[in-house]
Ligand binder design. Structure first.
Ligand code: MG
Ligand code: MG
Length: 248
């Protein structure tokens, strides 16, 4: 069952989303060569707490961090630790904030210092895939239309679409129905209705679409160790479109 949110729930989801987006804005100036992913994690933790929320990912299925930090070929679910960011890296930061029982979920890929032209393109193109996927959302859109749109952008730029991980509904759980894959056929899948809240999150790779899990049982990396980018917003479905809840 895909839940339709009440006005009260939407209000709480807006606040959770705003805190999530603000946490990204807060972290951005710290994303520089030399900082460790643990330091970024702790900054995010303190900021989220200062806003009266809690980090959604902390202890989720036993996840040890407050945010996910995934560098270069790491696609998602990287555990914050001692690793220092280096000039030329890209880092995916995935943030969830829970406010009064409701969640926001947003990931973004950031350049560290000066990055190569091919990485710059990967970031721009994956961000374009996110906004193209969002652009088809309104009451009546089917989930397959979103994935189709994203995968067409990936095809245009010859990027690999990660299939093992997908977007999802968001509400009083961070992961709810429906699955929102980054691939799909037009006119297939569940129909979106006003009041549904979903996270759309393309993960696109410079090389193969294949991924595997590291020995830490969390970090997902690309099979060919080529870099991957990830952009995600949580949005509310409206009659004529969508409202980004995790605005920046
Ligand atoms: Mg998500
Ligand atoms: Mg996320």
């Amino acid at each position: 069952m895909i839940s339709i949110k009440s006005e009260r729930e939407i209000e709480l989801l807006r606040i959770a989303g705003e805190i999530t987006g603000d946490t990204h804005n807060y972290l951005k100036p710290f994303i520089k060569p030399g900082i460790t992913t643990k330091e970024l994690n702790d900054l995010a933790y303190n900021y989220i707490i200062s806003r009266g929320a809690t980090p959604s990912f902390k202890n989720y299925d036993g996840f040890p961090g407050s945010i996910c930090t995934s560098i270069n070929e790491e696609v998602v679910h990287g555990i914050p630790g001692k690793r220092k960011l280096k000039n030329g890296d890209i880092i995916k930061i995935d943030i969830g904030a829970c406010y009064k029982g409701y969640h926001g979920d947003s990931a973004w890929t950031y350049p560290v210092g000066k990055i190569s032209g091919r990485l710059e393109k990967l970031l721009t193109q994956t961000e374009e895939a996110l906004f193209s996927g969002l652009s088809v959302i309104k009451e009546g859109t089917r989930i397959g239309d979103i994935g189709y749109t994203i995968s067409e952008i990936a095809k245009k730029y010859h990027l690999g679409v990660v299939k093992e991980l997908v977007g999802h509904g968001v509400g009083s759980s961070i992961h709810e129905e429906p699955d929102v894959p980054n691939y799909g056929k037009k006119n297939t899948g569940p129909i979106l209705k006003e009041g549904m809240v979903i996270a759309v999150e393309p993960m696109l790779n410079l090389g193969t679409a294949d991924v595997f899990m590291e020995e830490d049982n969390w970090t997902i990396i690309t099979a060919d160790e080529e870099p991957s980018a990830h952009f995600e917003h949580t949005v509310l479905v409206t009659k004529d479109g969508y409202e980004i809840l995790t605005k920046r």
